[in-house]
Design a protein around this ligand. Structure first.
Ligand code: ZN
Length: 380
């Protein structure tokens, strides 16, 4: 019987959404591993494996639901760096080196015999690599700068230590793409960069090469799903390229900044400061200020401001009339209030959104009683 590994991966390897085996496409029998060459006494048992290929309904990642091959932590490659690849990588490392002023630390994840490390050193990195070797080979000396470690086993003492992480065609072998990328995120400094290549699923599909699927590769990225994977794990994409005659995708990513909300908060602080200054300009001269507008944005701004400098709020919505604003507890009055001479208002700050301020100011200016009316913020 051909093993189908049905219970292997009930959840997406990236977004953790449950996957249904019934939705998977089965192809096979395929060789049970890329690095498996049966001996004659294994022929009877060598029935291959049926690959269960699923596309996650959540994040869209194509993946095998099968168990990983037993050597998935190891990079086993016969290829050594060709002169062309060597020059390309050297140029890339050099270009990335410019991002850092101090001497940066670089680490290669799944570095095999560490052939990239001298290139990194040549352009100014302090370079190391990790490569997993099972216990039986542990007695062998590791190449210079290469530690016998598996990425997910690295502990918190390694966090925030690396300016550049590189990994070439290794992620696709890993059973937990999310944990892999999250670990990379943790290892990088705040300004650190991730350089990653993986095979290009789009090419596999457009070239009708379903025989490219292989038991060793558990996740299959398109440019889109790789970007999704990076986004889900806290990265933002800097650069993406299809390389090696479309066979591979290469990305450079960095940790996503956490500045967007912080910068929005600081813009709000500035707006409140400007509003208080406007209020003071009038009230310090003894003028009485009303605010026109009781929308939620205006009420929020008032609640942060020196609202004791405000007399009342004017608004045209009948259902708000004679109610109190939250926090400032200013009374909301109808526009007719302004028809009464001596209503104790000199200035009306118009704080309504969109196209309305000009309309409101025109209405105020047309009143028989004179008020100074202006829009706040003036450039809104
Ligand atoms: Zn998913």
């Amino acid at each position: 019987m051909i093993p189908t590994a049905t219970a292997a991966t009930p959840h997406c390897r990236l977004c953790r959404q449950p996957l249904a085996i019934a939705d998977a496409i089965s192809i096979g029998p395929f060789p049970k591993a890329a690095q498996y060459y049966p001996e004659p006494d294994e022929f009877a048992a060598d029935q291959g494996v049926v690959l269960q290929i699923a596309e996650c309904p959540g994040c869209g990642l194509t993946q095998l639901m099968n168990e990983p091959v037993d050597y998935y932590k190891q990079v086993i490659t016969a290829a050594s760096l060709s002169p062309v690849v060597r020059e390309q990588r050297l140029a890339l490392f050099k270009q990335l080196r410019k991002e850092f002023t101090e001497q940066p630390r670089a680490m290669e994840i799944g570095c095999a015999s560490g052939e990239n490390l001298p290139l990194l050193r040549e352009v100014g990195y302090v370079a190391s690599g990790i490569e997993f070797s099972p216990p039986r080979t542990e007695a062998l000396a590791m190449p210079d700068g290469v530690a016998n470690r598996y990425l997910l086993d690295l502990g918190s003492e390694e966090y925030d230590q690396y300016d550049l992480l590189i990994s070439f065609n290794y992620l696709e072998h890993q059973p937990d793409a999310r944990a892999f990328l999250q670990k990379c995120h943790a290892l990088l400094t705040d300004d650190g960069k991730l350089l990653l290549t993986v095979p290009n699923l789009d090419f596999l599909l457009t070239s009708q090469s379903a025989h490219e699927f292989v038991a060793d590769h558990l996740v299959y990225f398109t440019a889109d799903s790789l970007e999704t994977a990076l986004r889900l794990t806290g990265f933002s994409l800097i650069d993406i390229q299809i390389i090696n005659n479309q066979y591979d995708i290469q990305i450079i990513a960095q940790k996503r900044g956490v500045g967007a909300i912080a910068s929005s908060k600081s813009a709000l602080d500035t707006l409140v400061a400007r509003f208080n200054e406007t209020l003071r300009n009038f009230t310090d001269r003894g003028q009485k200020v009303a605010v026109w507008g009781a929308g939620h944005r205006t009420l929020a701004l008032l609640s942060l401001s020196e609202y004791h400098r405000i007399e009342c709020i004017i608004d045209s919505a009948k259902f708000k009339h004679h109610k109190f604003a939250p926090i400032s507890h200013l009374r909301i009055l109808p526009p007719e209030t302004l028809l009464t001479p001596g209503c104790n208002i000199d200035v009306v700050l118009v704080m309504v959104p969109g196209i309305y301020p000009k309309e409101v100011i025109a209405t105020i200016n047309a009143l028989p009683v004179h008020y100074h009316a202006e829009q706040f913020p003036p450039d809104a």
